[in-house]
Write a protein that binds this ligand. Structure first.
Ligand code: ATP
Length: 239
């Protein structure tokens, strides 16, 4: 029997983050040990203020820990200067946020091309839009698309540079259940077909059903980890 542990996309020990605002210190992460296996979908659940976005921003190289070790595969993120972190982000991370952040004056395919033009191993932009089911909407402007369609363009843009990881902060927070599920299906597809590791923050506990692993946050710590032997297709999520 092969007992080798799966390779980790992210690994960290005793991660701490203290925000200093004037006289006040906020302890956003209070000692997180992290193991995110490559190729999995991981959902982060927990009350508001429990540290989910702080962790996502840190593993995505948008922010830094105050202390602790943090690796993306064999890259030591904690040791990187700002330039190296930017390179890490560009090469490895696709971000999806609650609000789609598309450029209104560019069509769907032009929005995707913004990323593929500067990526090292990009996908064809039309192929990325086909992956999210928008092959017929390439030349539409964001204002001509529904919220769910705009978010799928954002997913296509994130996926098109073929990143190792997709980090998603409330990707369906502004969407109703039917359109939200279509967005989640695009994330599951990237995970299944491209092997992309996907991390999703959500307040919707139903979404946890599509994850291989669920991290329950409480007060700056991961209080509990659930391993899901049989993640469901997003279509089977009860919203
Ligand atoms: N830039 C910042 N400066 C100061 N405090 C911050 C900053 N960012 C986050 N915090 C604080 O850190 C704590 C953790 O915030 P974080 O956004 O990580 O929580 P969260 O679990 O993602 O919450 P939510 O579900 O509401 O998005 C909160 O107390 C928050 O107010």
């Amino acid at each position: 029997m092969d007992t080798a542990a799966p390779p980790l996309a992210f690994s960290g020990t005793d991660l701490r983050k203290v925000y200093q605002t004037g006289e006040t210190e906020v302890h956003a992460l209070r000692g997180v040990d992290l193991a995110i296996p490559a190729g999995e979908i991981v959902v982060l659940l927990g009350p508001s203020g429990s540290g989910k976005s702080t962790l996502l921003n840190i593993i995505g190289g948008l922010d830094r820990t105050t202390s602790g070790t943090l690796f993306y595969r064999d890259l030591d993120l904690a040791a990187m200067d700002d330039k190296a972190l930017t390179r890490f982000r560009r090469a490895n991370v696709g971000f999806i946020f609650q609000f789609y952040n598309l450029i209104p004056s560019l069509t769907a395919i032009e929005n995707v091309r913004l990323v593929t033009d500067i990526a090292e191993h990009p996908m064809d932009p039309a192929q990325a839009l086909a992956l999210v089911g928008l092959q017929d909407r390439q030349h539409h402007y964001p204002a001509q698309l529904s919220g769910g369609e705009q978010q799928r363009v954002a997913v296509a843009r994130a996926v098109a540079k073929q990143p190792g990881v997709l980090l998603c902060d409330e990707p369906t927070g502004a969407l109703d259940s039917a359109t939200g599920i279509r967005v989640l299906e695009t994330l599951a597809r990237a995970n299944r077909e491209l092997g992309t590791t996907v991390v999703i923050i959500t307040h919707n506990a139903g979404i946890a059903a599509m994850a291989h692993r669920v991290f329950h946050f409480l007060d700056g710590r991961i209080a509990r980890i659930e391993v899901n032997a049989a993640p469901v297709d997003p279509a089977g999520i009860s919203w």
